[in-house]
Each structure stands twice: as structure tokens, then as C-alpha cells.
Design a protein around this ligand. Structure first.
Ligand code: FE
Ligand code: CA
Length: 164
């Protein structure tokens, strides 16, 4: 069964939003780098790479279902933040928005009885639990750390050790 035009368009928007997410995280990485928080910057660079992988999963799925992928312009991300806490607060909020968009596509697929799309989206439902949990946890740690520079350095080193 070929993918419907409506679902194809929604997934094309999602491809764009995943790439936009990666662009935001890369912009956050540059800001963190400028603050000498190289570990957090590295963590964000890896997050940006993941967003590209997410976009590619949707991209391949549209082709697998006989649909058409259309690239659109990617919105310019913010370039300045107040603090690392503001960054992770925003990243968490952004991931909640990503989850909402993916759930909306899932509802569309359910209404259409498109089982293949429903099944495909399951991976993303699980991934979004991880994305929200990770960003919320780092945000909470930054809240706990407050103004403690040694604690901030310790967290920076830990985040810089991220491997996947
Ligand atoms: Fe994503
Ligand atoms: Ca992830």
C-alpha cells in the first residue's frame, strides 16, 4: 500500500523539523564551545548528528512506501543563550514539541488505517522517551549545580564522554 499524500506531506514536514532540530543543537554547540564548555558542546554535536539520522529514517521510509521526498528551507536557529541551563531547558522543550508532532503523524496514520506507518513510528515513540529524559535530566542537574563552577566542570567532563 502506497503512502497517502497527506501522510507523505506530514512526514516531509517532519524531515524538515528533524533537520531544524539538528541545526538548533549545532547552534547550541557553538555557544557552549564559546563558553569553554567543550564537553557539553561535544554532547550537543552528537545530538545534532542524531537528528540527521532521524531525518534519514523518515526520508528512507517515504521512499520505501512509494512516496516523494521534498526538501524545504531550514529555519535559522537562535544563536545566543543566557546559560547552559537555558540551553538544556530549551532542548527539553524542543524535544516535547518533536514528540507532539510525531504523535500527530501517528494519529493521522491510525485514522487512515496505515499499519506500516504506525509500526514505523514505534521506534520514534521510544526514541522520544529517551530524548526527553536525557535533556530533562541534564537540565535538572544544572539546576542543582547552580553557581558551583567545580560541579559545572564535572558535569561538562561527564557529558563530553558521551559515546553514542
Ligand atoms: Fe529527532
Ligand atoms: Ca537519542
Amino acid at each position: 500500500m502506497e503512502i497517502s499524500k497527506e501522510l507523505q506531506d506530514a512526514i516531509n514536514d517532519q524531515i524538515n523539523f528533524e533537520l531544524y532540530s539538528g541545526y538548533i543543537y549545532l547552534s547550541m554547540a557553538t555557544w557552549l564551545e564559546e563558553q569553554n564548555l567543550a564537553g557539553m558542546a561535544r554532547w550537543m554535536e552528537m545530538q545534532a548528528e542524531e537528528e540527521y539520522e532521524h531525518a534519514m529514517k523518515f526520508y528512507k521510509f517515504v521512499f520505501d512506501r512509494g512516496g516523494r521526498v521534498t526538501m524545504k528551507s531550514i529555519a535559522g536557529p537562535k544563536t545566543e543563550w543566557e546559560s547552559p541551563l537555558a540551553i538544556f531547558e530549551e532542548a527539553y522543550g524542543h524535544e516535547k514539541e518533536v514528540s507532539k508532532r510525531i504523535y500527530d503523524i501517528g494519529e493521522m496514520a491510525e485514522k487512515e488505517g496505515d499499519k506500516a506507518t504506525e509500526s514505523f513510528l514505534k521506534w520514534f515513540y521510544d526514541e522520544q522517551v529517551e530524548e526527553e529524559e536525557q535533556t530533562a535530566r541534564i537540565r535538572d542537574l544544572l539546576k542543582m549545580i547552580g553557581d558551583s563552577v567545580p560541579a559545572l566542570m564535572q558535569l561538562d567532563a561527564r557529558l563530553g564522554a558521551r559515546e553514542d
